[in-house]
Design a protein around this ligand. Structure first.
Ligand code: SAH
Ligand code: SF4
Ligand code: F3S
Length: 473
């Protein structure tokens, strides 16, 4: 049993991360482990967690498990969890609660928990104390070892925990079963060293480790051969890509090299304002296949709160960068993340946030109420703002954010825009769906033969969070 340790998770050393390209190994015997058995995996977190889920699925299929979409029919259920806020945490525990009775009717059922919550000491303790029916817990640094962990759990019939709290290395040989045939996630870096005071990610994901450009470019080339139309380069701070490598090769160089592969669409998330360089802006502007869409988290518009958050930029610096991007890249859409109710946030601080929202008029924003994460510095800060007040601020902020989202969408009415058709619309029968270059969701009238293609769509109707249109190819 290897359980998580917060003190270890916090440590950062000068040691360079090691690229391991043979770390994931399975014996012929293990290849039969899931023969005749099914699995169900539920992912709660960000794109990185989704992508981990795609790796985990491929590993389980290497072990001969078959995927099912109803957890009640599965022999193995994995919850791929997220720690970012209390409600993500509660959702996973709620699901565990519902799984308990399944275990009572099927004693061969295996239940596991992985993802960021597995990296938290308090979570693993709670599972050991109160959720004794769980069979395995493995961390974000232990995914490549899943075959062995699962094998132990099945053999021993008691809780198997393997969660390493390490800075982490780079495992290059994990298999992947992608959810889409047209767009793919590509990790360009792991971990985070920014340690924003409210955030748990640097503890659950380890230190910043950039993948080598040759590995990333090879992955893009392979995806092109398989017919993929879009890649999203993933990292908690993609702009800091390369800072931990020996060679002088940064995000702007990587973006340019990925653009030269001629993959039709390139996206990247998330951009921390701190490392956004002019060179990056120039490269985005220069290449048509780098999409004019940037997610640029603001978090707060108050300099006092930004400082307490450890974000290392001011309101003025954010606005300067925002305007520079808007001026340089025609048609760019910029979205953001905002937290309200950080400890001791005053009405004046909140008005500063609204001021930035009014100035930037974001295309859209994810808004959150500050959530205490055990082990982070902000969790220890005294807070004099009531939950009622925080809720009111969130509501007020959402009204303003929604207004500008609609205003941004209205500019599209009557225009013809490129959309990558991904499949059928979830909401409306007989409609297709896809995203514009600027990441606007469009429900599209048209022939299903266009699924997987980038087509021209005329926008005919506007809603706050989506648009309707018809293919005009
Ligand atoms: N690496 C990204 C953010 C990843 S987490 C960045 O720095 O921009 C996604 C979003 O969750 C954050 O941008 C933040 O707005 C929100 N978030 C993170 N920790 C939070 C917390 N403790 N409470 C509320 N929201 C939080
Ligand atoms: Fe969290 Fe800050 Fe790192 Fe983003 S940059 S993952 S908010 S610590
Ligand atoms: Fe959640 Fe972990 Fe992502 S905490 S947001 S799943 S990095």
């Amino acid at each position: 049993m290897i359980t998580p340790n917060l003190i270890e998770a916090k440590k950062r050393s000068q040691r360079k991360s090691i690229v391991k390209d043979a770390e994931y190994k399975i014996t012929n015997e293990l290849k039969q482990l899931g023969k005749g058995k099914t699995y169900f995996i539920k992912t709660y977190g960000c794109q990185m967690n989704e992508h981990d889920g795609e790796n985990i699925k491929a590993i389980l299929e290497d072990l001969s498990f078959k995927e099912v979409d109803n957890y009640e029919k599965a022999d193995l259920i994995l919850l791929n969890t997220c720690s970012i806020r209390e409600n993500a945490h509660n959702k996973a525990f709620g699901m565990l609660g519902r799984l308990k009775h399944l275990k009572q009717t099927n004693e061969n059922l295996i239940i596991g928990l992985c993802g960021c919550m597995a990296q938290e000491e308090v979570v693993v303790q709670e599972i050991m104390d109160k959720y004794k029916f769980v069979d395995l817990v493995f961390g974000t640094h232990n995914i490549h070892h899943l075959p062995q962990i699962l094998n132990e759990a099945i053999k021993k019939k008691e809780l198997e925990v393997e969660v390493m709290s390490i800075e982490g290395d780079i495992i290059e040989n994990l298999p992947v079963k992608r959810d889409s045939k047209y767009k793919a996630w590509i990790n360009i870096m792991y971990g985070c060293d920014k340690f924003c005071t409210y955030c748990i990610v640097p503890y659950t994901r380890g230190k910043q480790r950039s993948r080598k450009n040759v590995h990333i470019l090879k992955e893009v080339e392979d995806l092109i051969k398989q017919g993929y139309k879009e890649v999203t380069l993933l990292g908690q701070n993609v702009n800091a890509y390369g800072k931990d490598l020996d060679e002088d090769y940064r995000m702007e160089n990587l973006l340019e090299d990925v653009a030269k592969t001629k993959i039709p669409r390139i996206r990247f998330v998330t951009s921390h304002p701190w490392d956004f360089t002019d060179q990056m802006i120039n490269v985005i502007k220069k290449y048509d296949n780098i999409m004019p869409y940037i997610h640029l988290p603001l978090q707060s518009g108050s300099n006092r709160i930004l400082k307490l958050m450890g974000r290392r930029y001011t309101k003025e610096e954010y606005l300067t960068l925002f305007n520079k991007i808007k001026e340089a890249i025609p048609n760019v859409s910029i979205t953001t993340d905002i937290i309200v109710g950080f400890p001791n946030e005053t009405e004046e601080d909140f008005l500063q946030t609204l001021d930035v929202v009014n100035k930037c008029q974001f295309d859209s924003a994810f808004t959150f109420i500050f959530s205490k994460r055990v082990g982070t510095p902000a969790a220890k800060m005294k807070d004099n703002v009531s939950m009622d007040e925080k809720n009111q601020r969130l509501q007020k902020l959402n009204e303003v954010v929604n207004h500008y989202a609609r205003v941004a969408n209205e500019k599209y009415l009557g225009r013809i825009v490129p959309v990558l058709i991904e499949g059928y619309s979830k909401k409306e029968d007989d409609m297709l769906m896809g995203y514009t270059d600027t990441m606007k969701l469009v429900n599209v009238k048209g022939d299903s033969k266009y699924i997987g293609q980038i087509v021209q769509v005329k926008i005919e109707d506007i809603k706050t969070w989506s648009m309707d249109g018809s293919i005009v190819n």
